[in-house]
Design a protein around this ligand. Structure first.
Ligand code: FMN
Length: 337
């Protein structure tokens, strides 16, 4: 298994729906939703990439960091690094059937477990999407985190309890899918949630609750007030609302508001171990990878996912050595130029 073979195989299987560009930056796939691109003009996707590119690292090699510690604990599980697979659902629709929903979720859930990471799984109007995620997680003894749409509150509670019964360490909602018309058209309404509704969900569920799709300090504070355990600073890979800033731009403000009070995760445009380190320096506790692991799964299945995660791990460790960062749990902002 090597990265070029994974990419060549992925490009062939995607059959044009993702061009597997040298840098996955949202340029050629702008507007391709459904598909793998960003919504509308595609600027929200591109802002994720630009924001990280504008953030530079200080190369420092006169220090005593001879060993790096990448281990990270979240929701009672031990990970080899602070890197989690983002939920990607609707494979038939978005990836032109490059894999079945079941094959895809099994590849990411198992590949992540193998590499010491953990996968989030998705949701959609077809119940098959959520169910495929739960089936894959079931085969890995609960090693996965289902993310459901911001459905009716009682339905979220019901699905969260299904996740708890399967042994999942946490569950979440992608609240930025609040205007997803294909859910509402399919008779499964979604919408924004009030602090009280989030609190209701938190109080009626038994495993940690993640809210994914937070882009402002105010919303982060509201989640904290509701008792939410973790947020994901995310613009859904630029697929929810056109023209949002990049996640690396808003992350420091959100971290300033809630870091230490709740877990702060982030995704969007993270394309290397150095990008992971930048996000940690900007205030994240851990990161999520979306499209890079989708390409890995389509091009190399479970082994592809494991391979790409190990590549990120090696890159992260090298970037830590070259910035004088000993531990992922303590990444000083001073490593940024
Ligand atoms: C094709 C596709 C489908 C997605 N489906 C979901 C989903 O079902 N649930 C969810 O929370 N996020 C979904 N996302 C968003 C990702 O979880 C994640 O936020 C995003 O891909 C991160 O950006 P990146 O791809 O640049 O890493 C999807 C993204 C893509 C590209």
């Amino acid at each position: 298994m090597d990265i070029n073979r994974i990419r060549v195989a992925a490009k062939e299987r995607f059959a044009g729906v993702c061009r597997v560009c040298p840098v996955c930056n949202g340029v050629v796939c702008a507007g391709e939703v459904p598909g793998m691109g960003g919504l509308g003009t595609g600027t929200a996707f591109r802002h994720n990439i630009q924001a990280l590119a504008e953030c530079r690292l200080n190369l420092r090699t006169v220090h005593d960091v001879k060993k790096t510690d990448l281990s990270y604990r979240i929701f009672g599980v031990e990970l080899a690094m602070p890197v989690i697979c983002a939920a990607i659902g609707g494979i038939a629709l978005n990836m032109n059937g490059a894999m079945t929903e079941e094959e895809y979720t099994q590849a990411v859930v198992s590949g992540c477990r193998q590499a010491g990471s953990i996968a989030m799984t998705g949701d959609g109007p077809n119940p098959l999407v959520f169910d495929a995620g739960m089936a894959a997680i079931g085969k890995e003894a609960g090693w996965g985190i289902p993310i459901m749409k911001p459905r009716e509150t009682e339905k979220i509670v019901e699905l969260a309890e299904q996740a708890a019964a399967a042994g999942c360490p946490a569950f979440g909602i992608d609240i930025d899918a609040a205007a997803l018309v294909n859910m509402t058209n399919a008779g499964q309404p979604v919408g924004p949630k009030t602090i009280q509704e989030l609190e209701y969900i938190k109080n009626r569920t038994t495993i940690p609750f993640i809210v994914k799709g937070i882009m402002t300090p105010d919303d982060a504070e509201s989640c904290w007030q509701a008792g939410v355990d973790a947020i994901v600073v995310s613009n859904h890979g630029g697929r929810a609302l056109d023209h949002t800033p990049g996640t690396a731009e808003v992350l420091p403000y959100i971290a300033e508001a809630v870091k230490g009070k709740m877990t702060v995760l982030v995704d969007g445009g993270i394309r290397s171990g150095a990008d992971v380190l930048k996000m940690l320096a900007l205030g994240a506790d851990a990161v999520l990878l979306g499209r890079p692991l989708a390409i890995a799964a389509v091009g190399g299945g479970r082994e592809g996912v494991e391979f790409v995660l190990n590549k990120y791990k090696a890159e992260l460790s090298a970037a830590m050595t070259l910035t004088g960062t000993a531990q992922v749990s303590d990444v000083p902002v001073e490593i940024l130029w």
